[in-house]
Design a binder for this molecule. Sequence first.
Ligand SMILES: [Zn+2]
Length: 312
Amino acid sequence: MPHLRPTLAVFSLLATPAMAEVPLVVTDIAPVHSLVSMVMQGVGQPDLLIPAGSSPHDFSLRPSDAARLQDADLIVWIGEDLTPWLARPLSIVAEGAVNMPLIELPVTLLREGGHEHDTLDAAAHPDDDHDDHDDHDDHDEEMHGSHDPHVWLDPVNAIAWLPEIASALTRQDPQNGPLYSANAANAADMLDQLLDELAQGDLARPFIVSHDAFGYFEDRFDAHALGSIAGADASAPGPARVAALRDAAREADVRCVLVEPQFNSGLAEAVVPQGVTIRQIDAMGSDLPLGATLYPDMIRSIAAAISGCPDE
Ligand SMILES: [Zn+2]
């Protein structure tokens, strides 16, 4: 079937010649969309595949998404570790686009996935010493030998990606190359200041999180969660994990549970003893306006969520 690209055809009739050269960039999640928006400021805007409020762990592409992928020139996404369901559509539908999985860039700092938390997770996996796993759906990430996919929650990674995004855009659109580079440098300076700002706060609190998404943030800012209700792939915990977590939370005197908007907060209430503070935390910036400001605002709101927990 001939590939007619109706969207592009209409676009080129309406736009000025210089504008027609702006690459069509598709991003996966709002924080990545924000970083690309910073680099494209004054030139254009990227497209967002997974809308705010949806979990990347269990999203399904709509037919309109396939059309957007087909038209894309550049796809900037976290990678297969976060959205395994996206890899195949990308290789088939978006074969004409440059594929940029950020987790695979050599500059990306990685941490191992899944089981980094100490006390509560150890208690919640009492059968981890057994070698013969045969019904452990929540251990899929281990079998893939993958990394914790929530790489965007370390601003040091975001800073490293900005010039890479600028280079990828410049290869598609050399005319705007100097602007992409300058935007990336400005954004990196801004995020450097954000790092300094957050390094001055004290985020050591006894808290648990709804799913194991914040390891990169915790490592960077010394804010270590005692555990998580769901693992890094956000699959629902079984009754044994919930029971073990509830006992361990009582034992460790956890005072605060940070729950993401996509998460079933009833589960948090089942895990924690009465009287524990339940606060909201969001790894995706779902409540924030899309665009360049989303990423720094999201990082600040995560710090604020943790520092709002009782500190003893
Ligand atoms: Zn996650």
